[in-house]
Design a protein around this ligand. Structure first.
Ligand SMILES: C[S@@+](CC[C@H](N)C(=O)[O-])C[C@H]1O[C@@H](n2cnc3c(N)ncnc32)[C@H](O)[C@@H]1O
Length: 279
């Protein structure tokens, strides 16, 4: 039976996601378009920019998509059945230990809400909180070394569910946004897997789908097509000559970011990224 008094908290990302933008919002804010009515995020991940707008006193319609089916199922279950997800997570919290972790990791069966709770549980207890699939689409990250991991916050699940009401959530490749964004009332934020700075730093495989140079070029064409329609388009990517050359016709802003997800501690530190706008 759920406690009636669940403390509500402002909506924010409830998953730790490689490339998450929560820490960069302060630098991004001055570059957001001043006015728009419809928001599109075709590379959703942890959704940091969407949740930033969900915390503002704005009337927005939003469409959130990603190619990762498991991820989108989590958003949909929180949107439609937050209390079911909360009860399932409370049980994972109670049962958490190493054997239990690997049993849950190997178990791909269950209802949509059970699969959603499984992904949140694994995300909060796996090594580095990193969502990674192998080429067969299996989640294969070992358990993390957290003493008492807080697997979930019921107040956050509830406020995220409220923020997702009336939001369209779908499994789609990024080009899908071309069917929806058509004018200056629209703001599209692209946060693709970044172009690798070196052959060792190429973490682009969030899922069984990789994201290579051809994909970056296809994305640039979609960016230019939307910009040509007067849509407000913003894109994040790595700061390198390939990306700067690809987007040289648009506004390129330098952003400073901390690199924390690298198994080689020497490779952690501050690096520059780019934020590209069509306006
Ligand atoms: C850098 S992450 C987005 C991080 C997000 N902005 C955040 O704040 O957490 C990139 C996302 O793109 C998704 N993705 C990869 N290839 C894609 C494609 N072709 N179409 C749509 N989504 C894709 C991945 O599943 C991943 O969730």
């Amino acid at each position: 039976m759920l406690a009636e008094t669940i403390e509500t908290v402002p909506p924010r990302p409830f998953l730790k996601w490689a490339g998450g933008k929560s820490k960069l919002l302060q630098q991004y804010k001055p570059h957001f378009p001043k006015t728009f009515k419809n928001y599109y995020e075709p590379f959703l991940g942890g959704g940091a920019v969407f949740f930033y707008f969900a915390r503002q006193p704005l009337q927005l319609s939003a469409r959130l998509t990603d190619i990762n089916q498991e991820l989108i199922n989590v958003y949909r279950c929180i949107q439609s059945a937050p209390d079911t997800v909360i009860v399932l997570l409370a049980n994972h919290q109670k049962e958490h230990r190493s054997e239990y972790y690997y049993k849950v990791r190997e178990n791909l069966e269950g209802t949509d809400c059970e699969k959603a709770a499984r992904i949140i549980y694994l995300n909060k207890t796996c090594f580095n909180g990193l969502y990674r699939e192998n080429s067969k689409g299996e989640f294969n990250v070992p358990i993390g070394r957290y003493k008492n991991p807080q697997i979930f916050n019921p107040g956050l699940i509830r406020s995220v569910s409220t923020a997702l009401q009336k939001v369209q959530i779908d499994v789609k490749p990024f080009e899908d946004v071309l069917h929806y964004a058509t004018s200056s009332d629209d703001f599209v934020y692209f946060d693709p897997p970044y172009h690798p700075l070196s052959y060792t730093s190429n973490f682009t495989s969030y899922s069984r789908y990789s994201f290579n140079e051809e994909d970056q070029i296809r994305l640039r064409h979609v960016f230019a097509e939307l910009a040509g329609r007067g849509v407000n388009v913003m894109l994040s990517n790595s700061d390198c000559s390939f990306i700067r050359e690809l987007y040289k016709d648009f506004k390129i802003h330098k952003i400073l970011a901390a690199r924390t997800i690298n198994s080689n501690i020497k490779k952690r530190g501050i690096i520059s990224e780019v934020l590209i706008t069509s306006y």
